[in-house]
Design a protein around this ligand. Structure first.
Ligand code: URA
Length: 239
């Protein structure tokens, strides 16, 4: 990894401070003064010092959590419980954050990691990471609904969405149920897409994200570590 990225990731200095520290010869790798911020380093193998402070790389952590309604997918909140509050203390490692956001009333799959670059890459629009939601609405979903979503929904403010795949599970009057897959992450996207169709979302749960499925065995509020095999696959696509 690049030295500057390692230092920024560890929270020891900003890009601008790194330049200054290099000029004043205050960054060393295995005792050698560093000349270039882009020098390739391995913080597990080398002794990196920034103004005398040792760069310590945290162990990478990856969790799959089943968010409860009422919990916010943020790192801190003055009013509500956050997804980090659902982690055991030993798993609340520095830099851990939820990859993407669900509304407070939305349930389901949230991935968490302290691997910032990987998390941000998963969210980058160019990767078109699929997200599937189970949705309940306050009225019937008619046979025209899948085509409406497939054509790319446009909100009242003119925002247009990429095609989404809708499977109607129940078209019962007053209580439609469906599964929808989107590849973007616009604010309140699923709720707004259904509003554009003419119904209101009454229940929303993310059931898959980036190839991960929410298992029935994971109760609401519980979480598990990703396996080494799952981390390998994640890194293959996003590292
Ligand atoms: N779309 C929404 O409207 N809400 C969510 O929480 C996620 C996607």
């Amino acid at each position: 990894m690049r030295l500057d990225k390692a230092i920024i990731g560890a929270g020891l200095a900003s890009r601008r401070q790194i330049k200054k520290l290099i000029r004043s010869q205050q960054i060393t790798v295995d005792g050698q003064v560093v000349q270039r911020p882009g020098q390739i380093v391995d913080s597990h193998l080398q002794d990196i010092r920034v103004a005398g402070q040792k760069l310590v790389t945290a162990k990478e952590s990856y969790f799959l959590l089943n968010k409860l309604a009422g919990v916010v997918s943020a790192c801190s909140d003055s009013k509500f419980q956050t997804v980090l509050d659902l982690l055991r203390e030993e798993d609340r490692v520095p830099g851990i954050f939820p990859i993407g956001r669900l509304d407070r009333d939305t349930e389901g799959l949230v991935l968490l990691t302290n691997n910032g670059p990987l998390g941000f890459r998963m969210l980058h629009p160019k990767h078109h990471v699929d997200k599937t939601y189970y949705v309940e609405v306050n009225d019937a979903l008619h046979p025209d609904a899948p085509a409406f979503f497939e054509n790319g929904v446009t909100f009242l403010d003119g925002t247009s969405c990429k095609p989404a795949q809708l499977t109607v599970l129940s078209s019962q009057k007053g209580h439609g149920r469906a599964r929808v897959t989107i590849s973007e992450g616009k604010f309140h996207q699923v709720k707004k897409m259904f509003l554009a169709y003419g119904v209101k979302v009454t229940y929303l749960k993310r059931i898959s994200f980036g190839g991960f499925e929410l298992e029935d065995t994971l109760p609401a509020g519980a979480y598990r570590q990703l396996s080494q095999e799952e981390i390998k696959v994640l890194k293959k696509y996003f590292d």
